[in-house]
Design a protein around this ligand. Sequence first.
Ligand code: SAM
Length: 278
Amino acid sequence: MSGQLILVATPLGNLGDITARALDVLRSADIIACEDTRRTAGLLSHFGIERRRLMIVNDHTEPGQIAPILEALLAAKTVALVSDAGSPGISDPGERLVQAAVAAGHLVTATPGPSAAIMAVSLSGLPAGRWVFEGFLPRSGGGRTARLHELADESRTIVLYEAPHRIAQTLQQLCEVCGPDRAVVLARELTKMHEEVWRGNLGQSLQRVADVEPRGEYVLVLAGAPPAGPSTDADIVDALTARIAGGLDKKTAIAEVAGELRIAKRHVYSLALALRPL
Ligand code: SAM
């Protein structure tokens, strides 16, 4: 008889969001694999659950912990996997363990529950029929630039995770590639005392994060690109002229217009060269 691996979603902040099934599994599991033993011990003690065998499975230890967990499953044990908050495997450890357990023929199931992405997209008010989860953007370099340009062309609603100290830069770069008019929702501290959902467009969001220092955890929900209509050179020149007249430097205006009208930057640049200085 094989054991089972159970992915257990845990609260994002408000402990009232734990599910009855999650508690049952945490009470009965032989092993609880977690990212941080102190954090999980705190959760268990809040619910009066005896601290069972905790095993650390985080980004660094996950590959090395696969073999002992597979052994436990082979010995018919139940292994619960939790992350610090939300659903395991969603920008959190779990994926490699699930792959290994499935490949070894073990039963893998989950007690579903909180996930910041789902909560943010469902309360964003942006189209939720088709959306893409992008997690964290690459931190820097060509990978980040390429991803930002991909996102500018993405027609579905986009969900991103971001750290508070990087939010301003990410919004600025999104504004450059998507244009300032793209709708965005900043969902902060979900389920916590200071939960806040700010709605506006990318241009306004820059002012928002300049006015109110970003604090806590954020999900950024970005509207998809509008259907690309054919833009004439005259449309491009009008859009450039309006921005430059509004005080933008040429380089920024070119990036914004290319992003918003979804036109190759090179072409916008060539038209910008021909513009007379204002
Ligand atoms: N596995 C988690 C889930 O299912 O949502 C995500 C873990 S990921 C390491 C952490 C990121 O999720 C944070 O940087 C933030 O972007 C987002 N997040 C987690 N809790 C949040 C909350 N209460 N409010 C807003 N965003 C949150």
